[in-house]
Ligand binder design. Structure first.
Ligand code: PMP
Length: 348
């Protein structure tokens, strides 16, 4: 090892799902939305001459649109480059003690990566045999809590009273609820932020708004929490959001009808797909997200994953304890799911 390598921050990075370069693939591996963003976004003519200027560091237009949408004040909203950026900033800002933070053992596989990278001590709390999070497991001394609701990659969601149970028992630390998938049938905890100044709710434009490529995420919480987040952000990089993202994000927020219709289509396909694969010997966890988490009674998940890939169908397989025999299948269009079902029928 070279002398200079000794002082390097060494990390084991998060591994995102594959973004295959080949044409004509069926991509059901990274929970993108199969439909295009709102036509208002698609048809917007951007004034690219404006790109010579720095973007608004506060992304005020977008923050105001989000505040209006959620019935909050702009002081309650923090925006970032995807919810990954928002959550990473939140880890840096709020998880700053020597006491272990808590998150489920089966959850978004970026949480332990951020914790390791930022040297935050943590404990992964086992979900139960049905992959459910148990609120009582979070009623112990800790340095902060984060969990997705619906959880990923299970898709299982818990009601708002469950979130309140955890938040009210942990008022000495910050509790982050990652609502990346909430629009597909979950219950949001946003209504609790007035009542609990230690609750931060995080959302993204990547799933229900069909805008993973634009990279918009945001957090909602008490003004003080948001102020602390902004202080860290401005100590790191003032211009995180680019001008096109700010402009296009606002247009998405303004098109509520398209947003609702888009979600409805994905949910309808999810329910149909779930019933169909259950007929083929799969068991699915109850999903309120834009994916299903499924295991087959006979075929190994890894085998299905590899065989599907040969047919240019990409799903996600995590080689992790407890879930190595499950596949996370993003809900695509009806046509894509039918092709995948035909493939599964031939395999089974
Ligand atoms: N949270 C969860 C639970 C996710 O699954 C994802 C998607 N990988 C994210 C956050 C991050 O999404 P994005 O950065 O695209 O907003």
């Amino acid at each position: 090892m070279s002398a200079w390598e000794k002082n390097i921050r060494k990390v084991v990075p998060y591994v995102p799902g594959e973004q295959p370069k080949e044409e004509n693939v069926i991509k059901l591996n990274t929970n993108e939305n199969p439909y295009e963003p709102s036509p208002r976004v698609k048809n917007k003519q951007l004034e690219l001459g404006k790109l010579r200027l720095y973007p608004d560091p506060c992304a005020s237009k977008l923050v105001e649109a989000l505040a209006g949408y959620h019935g909050l004040k702009k002081e309650n909203i923090f925006v970032g480059v995807g919810s990954d950026d928002v959550i990473a900033m939140s880890f840096m800002t709020f998880f700053n003690s020597d006491v272990k933070i808590l998150f489920p053992d089966v959850t978004y596989s970026f949480y332990d990566v951020w914790a390791d990278m930022l040297k935050i001590p943590y404990r992964a709390v086992a979900v139960d045999d049905n992959f459910r999070i148990s609120a009582d497991d979070y009623k112990c001394p800790n340095g902060g809590i984060i969990f997705p609701n619906p959880n990923a990659p299970t898709g299982i969601s818990e009601p708002v009273r469950f979130v309140e149970d955890i938040v009210s028992a942990n008022q000495d630390v910050v509790v982050i609820v990652d609502e990346a998938y909430v629009d597909f049938g979950g219950e949001s905890a946003v209504s609790l932020i007035d009542k609990y100044d230690n609750l931060l709710v995080v959302r993204t434009f990547s799933k229900s708004r069909s805008m993973a490529g634009i990279r918009i995420g945001y957090a909602m919480g008490n003004e003080k929490l948001i102020q602390y987040l902004n202080d860290v952000k401005y100590s790191f990089n003032s211009y995180t959001m680019n001008t096109p993202s700010i402009e296009l994000g606002v247009l998405s927020i303004e098109d509520e009808d398209y947003f609702r219709a888009n979600i409805k289509r994905v949910i309808a396909t999810r329910e149909r797909f779930r019933k169909e694969i259950e007929k083929l010997g799969f068991t699915c966890l109850p999903s309120n997200a834009n994916f299903v988490f499924a295991t087959h009674d006979r075929l190994k998940a890894e085998y299905i994953f590899e065989e599907a890939k040969k047919k240019k169908i990409y799903v996600r397989h995590f080689n992790r304890p407890r879930i190595e025999n499950y596949l996370r299948i993003t809900i695509g269009t009806d046509e894509q799911m039918d092709i995948f079902l035909e493939f599964l029928k031939s395999l089974v």
